[in-house]
Design a protein around this ligand. Structure first.
Ligand code: NAP
Length: 259
């Protein structure tokens, strides 16, 4: 099997799992993190932290580090880095794959939820409810600052002030259905705002909300970048890394491989 130098755009459990699989198979792996979380979990292989400096910076990194494969395993709502990866890999001519968790649009409970396109719409909808649980990540809290009665759960504290009436819960999941039921009950939540992450490990809150008649307000995903092949699991991505790919020209067209 050919050993590849692989860049994983990570920040997710699936990214860590892919790093583990690829390192175990002998590939040379660098995982890239944005640096938003103060205590990231351990990752197999090398890690680099911080932005690349847009498309040009990422393209320069791919060239300088002689990266041969890129796998985008960022969160479905990390739209900018995914768009940058698509463009930079096209410019440099490196195969790119995306791991995409299925959307919750097909979830059994999905038709009961209030689907919204953006945080502004989520905040407007949530304003009709007495007590709101926010699980949208600390970077999105600013859209909700006018809501008075909020429980906001996130890993690291917000980097701006929030209303003193809010309760912050600094916790890292996964949470069980018992945890989620207790949280919703104990804090008298009437609406939950969350993203269509599709992550089975964050699904318990949706089930607990259904049981307790808590309204779920859910943010739709933006479309994924065009022309980037996708698989559903780290195992499929590991198999893709090991296979031969046609060399990509800088116009984005595949060139037959030689030999
Ligand atoms: P984003 O809005 O798509 O990206 C904004 C900028 O942050 C990018 O242009 C890039 O800066 C830098 N960046 C993002 N991800 C990076 C990575 N993995 N490695 C290096 N630079 C990165 O991203 P985001 O929504 O803030 O997410 C940041 C990270 O948190 C991602 O790794 C994502 O997987 C993880 N995460 C996000 C969410 C979410 O809900 N958005 C949830 C869980 C985890 P430059 O342009 O300078 O390269």
């Amino acid at each position: 099997m050919a050993v590849m130098k692989v860049l994983i755009l990570g920040g997710t459990r699936a990214g860590r799992e892919l790093a583990r699989l690829l390192v175990a198979s002998g590939h040379d792996v660098v995982s890239s993190l944005a640096g938003r979380v103060t205590r990231p979990a351990d990752i197999a292989g090398q890690t680099r932290v911080g932005g690349f400096g847009g498309v040009d910076g990422l393209a320069a990194y791919l060239r300088d580090e002689a990266i041969e494969r890129v796998v985008d395993v960022t969160h479905p709502f990390a739209e900018q880095i995914s768009a940058n990866a698509a463009e930079a890999c096209r410019l440099v001519g490196i195969p790119l794959l995306r791991i995409e968790r299925p959307s919750w649009a097909q979830h059994l409970l999905a038709s009961n939820w209030v689907w919204v396109d953006d945080h502004a719409a989520a905040a407007r909808t949530a304003a009709a409810f007495s007590r709101v649980l926010l699980t949208v990540g600390r970077q999105s809290l600013r859209h909700y600052l006018e809501l008075p009665h909020v429980v906001a759960r996130m890993v690291d504290p917000p980097d701006h002030p929030v209303p003193s009436s809010w309760q912050l819960r600094l916790e890292r999941g996964p949470f069980t259905i018992d945890d989620e039921r207790a949280l919703l009950r104990d804090t008298a939540i009437t609406a939950l705002v969350t993203k269509d992450s599709g992550d089975p490990l964050t699904e318990a809150k949706l089930c607990a909300a259904a049981e307790l008649d808590v309204t779920v307000i859910i943010l739709r995903r933006a479309p994924a970048p065009e022309g980037v092949p996708a698989v559903g699991t780290p195992q499929e991505a590991a198999a893709w890394v090991a296979t031969q790919h046609p060399q990509i020209t800088t116009s984005g067209k595949a060139k037959p491989t030689q030999g």
